[in-house]
Design a protein around this ligand. Structure first.
Ligand SMILES: [Zn+2]
Length: 117
């Protein structure tokens, strides 16, 4: 497979994972909170392991029904697209189908040309 196609497949795979993660997180019905954190490393010149100066980074705060409705949080990741949490769910499902169609097409045309994967 050409490098270009491999790259495209990786890109699609990443986007798919992010959308699937977003679909799961949306069920938690939480809200996004930006938090500064410490990295916990005592040798860190920026925070010394205790001061919350890194970031801010996005976390999803949500109530955990299975844990006496305690507030819990989940790290979303620096590159997480926050609009995925608020856009209409049908848009995400459509995008997933587009991605899967494009992946199939790449794999199909690669096979037809007899190129090794
Ligand atoms: Zn630090």
């Amino acid at each position: 497979m050409s490098q270009e196609r491999e790259k495209r497949l990786e890109q699609l795979e990443r986007e798919k994972h992010m959308i699937e993660k977003a679909l799961l997180l949306r069920r938690l019905k939480g809200s996004v909170v930006w938090e500064k954190v410490s990295c916990g490393k005592h040798c860190c010149k920026k925070c010394g392991g205790i001061n919350r100066v890194h970031g801010p980074y996005p976390y999803l705060h949500f109530y955990d029904a299975s844990c006496e409705w305690k507030v819990r949080k989940r790290y979303l990741g620096k590159s997480f697209d926050l609009t995925l949490l608020t856009c209409p769910k049908t848009e995400l499902e459509e995008r997933l189908q587009q991605i899967q169609a494009e992946e199939r097409e790449i794999l199909r045309t690669t096979k037809r040309k007899g190129v090794k994967l």
